[in-house]
Write a protein that binds this ligand. Structure first.
Ligand code: WT7
Length: 648
């Protein structure tokens, strides 16, 4: 496998050298107290911490605390402390869906808007510890809303704007939010997204689940015609005129919650990942600075949505804590055409660009001409996140987009980890296409076999992390037992990531993908159990089993085996109906790619569905089904193979 050594140009002015990485890493794992005690000072503390690390992965007693006696405010760290030195610098560079629509928001303006929104929330009774749900498009108000919550100590729960009313309703109820912040409509690829309409339905669904939403703050984005419920709905543009542009930041304990973010797991409904204030901010800011080798005055662009953790850590909190200029893009990669990303890079002279493999593959498929007609000379560092990047896409990104001038940082992490854990550093770590390379400071990865035995040397296995880092999630909101069960019970004493990985002879890490029933569709994480439960909620469906299969653009596609109720007939029309049903229940990101009607599913005699077999059939790899002798009825397999959908 080719290695790309750190180029001299990447070393020029770099924050860290190869020797620095080695020394810092060694210290970070040998003396975490000393290392993090020092780097914890990168944020402003109202009351400095005296304790650094107090963490345990011990079975039955998982507890994670960092900087626990420190007091700070996250929004003050992202805003107030920059006002003197960089008040007029652009904090958020907004690029609308329509290429004619862009604007720059300075740190001073951002501070004012955040304070105003904080005051509006306060005026509607929001207090420290209350949960506020945010369902917004990619507009600056999404950042205002998050930072406004942080300012007054409210806990935000951002729900991706592509989720359905059902999904939003469930999350409103799960978080116990009585306040929702949304917009009239979103704009994506020239089309409107009916956010307020969805929000209205979600509020009804939440009410049925016992959660009353008493305030809906509505941002006017398109001016589209939307229903307004008097006494409940407030227009942001009206409310902001009634409040002051200053608001004292609430002093928060380092371990006070900052946000909840729902994410899919291998079983059950999505869980609320809880992140707290101090450790999260230190880790998000530090990784953002070193992983992207951030320089003063640069323009940084992460194309994620604020509805995902990448948007939290690397559009809002990390960049703003670092006083960077962060670009927020409302649109999609192929609107008006497949040159959009590269045109935006030229327009705003973007230096650091961070996107997902699925976008890279889609744009690669559109042809090089869309890239080559743009300059991209401003680019210095390229990043990738969300799923394994195949070497072909990596090489295209490196050669065509970056013209071999820019290092690619392939950053591996998770909603749960709060920030990047395994990644190259531009001036310090040689690259291998497809490898996330080396652990960040303080991160101790380990490979274990299925019995939990620790694997040494160049080997593949299940990826665990053996000690805590400051950005780690603290609990599943309202369910600490589920937290322990999900992450610390498979391999007791270790955080189990759910990913498989390989360590090569140079100690480089290659993430191979999920080893559990979580699938990754276009970088969106989904539990197969969620899609199954959406399918079986359809009156004609008796049973469903969902697996991922390789998909050229999306990384993985969603393959559904569906058993119908007795008397129901399979048809193309019913397939369409089921696709629409799943979109309705979860959202468009969960649209099934393949539906196979199957009279029977392969089950063991004890009734357990053998997903391994279903995966193989979906992958068209049924030559090697492995041991089928434990099946209750081996004949179902032949029928499944015969009627498979993914024939190539
Ligand atoms: C899962 C986490 C964390 C940002 C976005 C996704 C996969 C993420 C990589 C990468 C290979 C990756 C893993 C992980 N993943 N980044 N660079 N290489 N796989 O967050 O939705 O919590 O998903 O995404 O499978 O477990 P998420």
């Amino acid at each position: 496998m080719t290695t790309i050594p750190v180029k001299d140009a990447w070393k020029q002015g770099a924050l860290l050298s190869e020797a620095d990485y080695a020394a810092w890493y060694r210290r970070s794992v040998e003396d975490p107290e000393g290392f993090w005690g020092e780097h914890g000072k990168r944020v402003d503390w109202i009351t400095p911490f005296t304790k650094v690390k107090n963490t345990s992965f011990a079975p039955g007693n998982v507890s994670i605390k960092w900087f626990e006696d420190g007091v700070l405010n996250v929004s003050a760290n992202c805003l107030d402390r920059h006002l003197e030195s960089r008040g007029e610098q652009t904090a958020i560079l907004f690029e609308g869906d329509d290429p004619a629509d862009s604007r720059a928001i300075s740190y001073r303006e951002l501070h004012g808007e955040v304070c105003r929104m904080a005051n509006v929330l306060k005026a509607h009774g929001v207090q420290k510890g209350d949960r506020v749900t945010i369902y917004l498009p990619m507009i600056p108000e999404a950042a205002y809303a998050m930072l406004a919550c942080a300012r007054i100590g409210a806990v935000h729960s951002v729900v991706f704007g592509g989720f359905s009313p059902d999904a939003l309703g469930g999350r409103l109820a799960g978080a116990g939010s009585s306040v929702l912040i949304t917009a009239d409509e979103g704009r994506r690829g020239g089309k409107s997204v009916p956010l307020k309409k969805n929000a209205d339905r979600a509020v009804e669904i939440a009410a049925k689940a016992g959660q009353v939403v008493s305030t809906v703050l509505v941002v006017q984005r398109t001016g589209g015609d939307v229903a307004v419920t008097p006494g409940r709905d407030i227009w942001w543009h009206e409310a902001r005129e009634t409040v002051e542009a200053s608001c004292e930041p609430e002093p928060m304990g380092a371990e006070d919650p900052l946000f909840i973010l729902y994410t899919s797991g291998s079983t059950g409904q999505p869980k609320g990942v809880l992140h707290t204030s101090g450790g999260y901010l230190v880790y998000a800011a530090m990784t953002h600075q070193y992983v992207f080798d951030l320089r003063e005055g640069e323009v940084y662009w992460c194309t994620a949505d604020v509805g995902w953790v990448t948007g939290h850590s690397y559009i809002v909190y990390g960049p703003l804590a670092n006083g960077a200029t962060t670009l927020m893009f409302e649109g999609v990669p192929n609107y008006p055409d497949a040159s959009r990303f590269w045109q935006v890079i030229d327009k705003h002279q973007v230096n650091i660009f961070y996107t997902a493999p699925t976008a890279i593959r889609a744009l690669m498929g559109a042809g090089d001409a869309f890239v080559e007609k743009t300059s991209r000379k401003s680019l210095r560092v390229l990043g990738s996140v969300g799923e394994p990047i195949n070497p072909e896409a990596w090489n295209w990104y490196y050669k065509i987009v970056g013209e071999e001038r820019c290092p690619i940082v392939d950053t591996w992490w998770q909603t749960e980890t709060g920030g990047i854990l395994i990644t190259p550093l531009p001036g310090a770590i040689a690259l291998k296409p497809g490898s996330a390379t080396r652990p960040f400071f303080g991160v101790k990865p380990e490979l274990v076999d299925s019995e939990g035995g620790v694997l040494e040397g160049a080997v593949s296995g299940n990826l665990c992390i053996t000690d805590s880092w400051p950005g780690q999630m603290r609990t599943v909101y309202g369910d600490h037992e589920r937290f322990e069960q999900t992450y610390f019970s498979t391999y007791p004493g270790k955080y189990f990531t759910g990913d498989g990985a390989r360590r090569d002879e140079d100690g480089y890490w290659w993430i191979t993908g999920r080893v559990d029933d979580v699938i990754n569709v276009s970088g969106h994480r989904m539990g197969t159990a969620e899609v199954e439960s959406a399918l079986v909620s359809h009156p004609k469906v008796s049973e469903a089993a969902v697996v991922g299969y390789p998909h050229d653009i999306k990384g993985q596609g969603i393959y559904c085996y569906v058993t119908l109720m007795t008397g129901e007939e399979p048809s193309e029309a019913l397939k369409k109906e089921l696709v629409a049903h799943v979109r309705n229940e979860i959202g468009p990101i969960a649209s099934p790619d393949q539906i196979q009607f199957s009279p029977g599913l392969p089950k063991t005699r004890s009734g357990k569905i053998m997903r391994r077999i279903l995966r193989k059939i979906a992958e068209n790899d049924f030559g090697a089904l492995g041991d089928t002798s434990t099946l209750a009825d081996p004949a179902v397999v032949d029928d499944l193979i015969e009627h498979r959908q993914n024939k190539e």
